[in-house]
Design a protein around this ligand. Sequence first.
Ligand SMILES: [Zn+2]
Length: 138
Amino acid sequence: MTEPLVYPPYFRPPEFACKCGCGLNRTQPELLNFLHLLRSSAGYPVHVISGTRCRTHNARVCGSRTSRHLEGFAADVICPYLPVPVFLLHIFNLYPKHIQAVGFTKDAQSIHLAYQPVRRIFYRISRQHSYNFLKEPR
Ligand SMILES: [Zn+2]
């Protein structure tokens, strides 16, 4: 478990820690960089609902066994101050370079973002996400 050296000014490490209380935080710098860009372009607070998950917690919330949350490459986020379509536009504007999976979480209350360090043409979003906006990320 290594924490990145620098968190962007808008985010605090506890936001990214496993929500079961175990304290696990594997958040990857690439994800933080993306969230920093996203937060800056949105101009409004972006809250992390779910960051890193330990295996136990991931199983409890019915996460995929290969969930990007396990390695700290995924975050479920909300921006309470922007309409969802506007928030998504900001995400899509940044999307091509930085993030390779976007979808609503199962409860449709937040937006799942996953950073994929290995370049892939296709990314199959896990079953827990009800909708995949972009099936052919570049
Ligand atoms: Zn945990």
